[in-house]
Write a protein that binds this ligand. Structure first.
Ligand code: AMP
Length: 593
């Protein structure tokens, strides 16, 4: 497939607010572009603005500096001219489009770019390392730009910067796959357009959407699902099984405010468990090899050697998928430590053993999804727990079973809740005894409860270079929440909560290094950042404000911790900020009256 076809779809997607219509646009593209498995991989990743899957830690690693160089080479403008246009247009993609347009008005385009060529070039750019790698990267990208039409140039630049932002969610891709490859019975009325309710056979449509969703959940691989839907249809999708070794999404729990509400949701009797304040990990074993995945599907096996060792010792099964939490423990007192401690383990890439001794983790397991050829997903919680107890021989302070009790009354729950908090945990989880494991869903089979100190998970979209003793560090971070459409809107600035010295907890210098790869633009001391780093923020109050894009401002915000476990797409929503603002207003009115 030619890259221009993809670029044209990108352009239509940006302008299209309806996700149903987005799905229709993508379906046409997939129908045209997918013949082989590789085609499916390339298109599905590129539509999400990526060339590596989530489990792959690789980044393209092409900076705005290098993009400016490449535009200069291929469009024949000076870097200064390009920077000036960037300042006024605010987007290097638009600059590339405009400048290539100026250059190419009278030139006939050479051989057209293919999707495959762009995809493999982006991967090649990521693979160049060491001496001479920068010039190799620039050469390759400049060559792409030189063969590009202005429209293609816009998306090549956004793509290579990993800043595509066309707003394709997983659900849209799922619907597009249904529409492209599972529509043999004419479920969609072709000439009626694609509005909701215009299906000839809504029931069949729903069946197919759930089949595709289940295949995605079980395989964790959208590209594979796309390819199988095309080549083998529904029957092929139904053959997809859970296999240890490929990352899958964890089940999540909605938050409850009271024990009464929690028990109403999960029913009685219910299981109640300690809610450990650690890092969620799904441990897979296949062919004697253990892999650890985060809930964002990233591979973190190397970061937790003691968890791998403990699982090898404590679980006899040859193949398994276990769900649990890596919790930091104080090496002397063996008491649980809060999340901040484990969080350092995740970020550490070198001298891991040294840190593992200083900040060891215990792996606390609370669920079993697969064991020796048997999928347990559809079994009840009670059954899975019993299977887990058979699988695992606990090793104190290394590998443990989540502390759990079956309760039937609010009073029992209250006692367990207090016991859990007393043991240094975050709260409790309530679990419905007869529910299956719902991959990737927050459906109320389990619910969480913790003391209510409302905090937000916000993404850092800007910062300021510090002065005086803070010079050389990024300080004063601009925080954003997310709108329904996936836009990031600022909601406050925060400068407190970080440490000035390297010690336990996040320091300014560490935060600066974390943010540095995401710098998009610097104007004076102000820095604009790609939304990537998520922090948990506490605050005193929310106020209406015209200073920030959200229309609200956080009063006295402070950073509590990094949320390495959370992607910028699952942060606090603007709606939630507005809800909390309303709650707060009602509470004050009540207090006054
Ligand atoms: P939150 O991070 O506040 O959304 O809370 C949900 C998280 O609690 C899960 O993703 C797990 O990482 C964690 N958790 C801790 N203990 C348990 C448990 N016993 N069962 C399930 N999840 C748990």
């Amino acid at each position: 497939m030619q890259y221009i076809d993809l670029a044209a779809v990108y352009d239509s997607l940006v302008a299209e607010p309806s996700s149903l219509k987005k799905a229709a646009l993508i379906a046409t593209l997939l129908k045209k572009g997918v013949t082989t498995k590789q085609d499916a991989l390339e298109l599905i990743l590129l539509l999400q603005g990526k060339v590596f899957s989530q489990a792959d830690e690789a980044k393209i690693g092409y900076s705005t500096r290098l993009v400016i160089k490449s535009i200069a080479i291929s469009a024949g403008f000076s870097e200064k001219e390009i920077e000036e246009r960037w300042r006024s247009l605010g987007d290097l993609g638009l600059v590339a489009e405009e400048l290539l347009h100026k250059k190419k008005q009278n030139v006939l385009f050479s051989s057209p770019l293919s999707v495959d060529e762009v995809f493999s070039s982006f991967r090649k750019i990521a693979s160049y390392t060491g001496e001479g790698s920068v010039s190799q990267k620039v050469k390759l990208f400049s060559r792409l730009l030189s063969s590009a039409t202005p429209l293609e140039a816009k998306y090549l630049v956004r793509g290579v910067l990993e800043e595509l932002r066309v707003g394709v969610a997983e659900g849209t891709l799922r619907d597009a796959i249904v529409r492209a490859f599972l529509d043999q019975d004419g479920m969609f009325e072709q000439d009626e357009g694609v509005d909701e309710g215009k299906y000839n056979d809504r029931e069949q449509y729903v069946v197919r959407v759930s089949a595709v969703q289940r295949a995605i959940d079980l395989s964790g691989d959208l590209a594979l699902v796309c390819y199988i839907a095309k080549t083998e249809g529904l029957e092929g999708l139904e053959k997809i099984r859970l296999v240890p070794g490929s990352p899958i999404r964890v089940m999540l729990g909605p938050k409850m405010e009271t024990i009464e509400q929690a028990l109403k949701t999960v029913g009685v009797p219910a299981a109640i468990e300690y809610k450990y304040d650690g890092f969620r990990i799904l441990a897979h074993k296949v062919n004697g090899v253990i892999s650890l995945y985060t809930r964002k599907l990233e591979l973190v096996t190397n970061q937790f050697p003691e968890v791998v060792a403990a699982l090898n010792k404590g679980v006899a099964a040859k193949e398994f998928i276990l769900d649990g939490e890596a919790v930091g423990i104080d090496p002397k007192t063996k008491k649980y430590l809060p999340f901040q401690f484990v969080s350092q383990r995740i970020r550490r890439k070198y001298r891991i053993d040294e840190l593992a001794k200083k900040l060891p983790c215990v792996f606390v397991v609370f669920d079993a999804l697969f064991a020796d050829g048997v999928t347990l997903l559809d079994e009840s919680n009670e059954h899975r727990r019993a299977a887990l107890e058979k699988l695992l021989v606990p090793l104190p302070h290394e590998l443990e079973l989540a502390t759990r009790k079956i309760i039937s009354s609010e009073q029992e729950a209250q006692e367990f809740y207090e016991r859990s908090l007393g043991a240094g945990n975050e709260g409790v989880m309530f679990k419905n005894l007869s529910s299956p494991y719902a991959l990737g869903k927050r459906v109320g089979h389990m619910v969480k409860m913790k003391p209510t100190l409302e905090t937000f998970d916000l993404v850092i979209v800007g910062a300021e270079w510090g002065e005086g003793k803070r010079s050389g560090w990024l300080t004063s971070f601009l925080l954003a929440c997310r709108t329904f459409d996936g836009e990031y809107v600022s909601v406050g600035r925060v400068g407190t909560g970080l440490k000035e010295k390297e010690e336990l907890g996040v320091s300014f210098s560490e935060m600066t290094e974390l943010l540095r790869p995401y710098i998009l633009e610097e104007v004076g001391r102000e820095v604009r950042l790609t939304p990537h780093i998520v922090v948990e923020v506490a605050f005193e109050e929310i106020q209406k404000s015209t200073t920030y894009e959200a229309g609200f401002a956080l009063r006295f915000p402070r950073i509590l911790r990094l949320r390495d476990d959370r992607g910028s797409d699952s942060i606090t929503s603007l709606d939630h900020v507005a809800d909390i603002f309303d709650d707060q207003r009602h509470a004050t009115q009540k207090n006054r009256s």
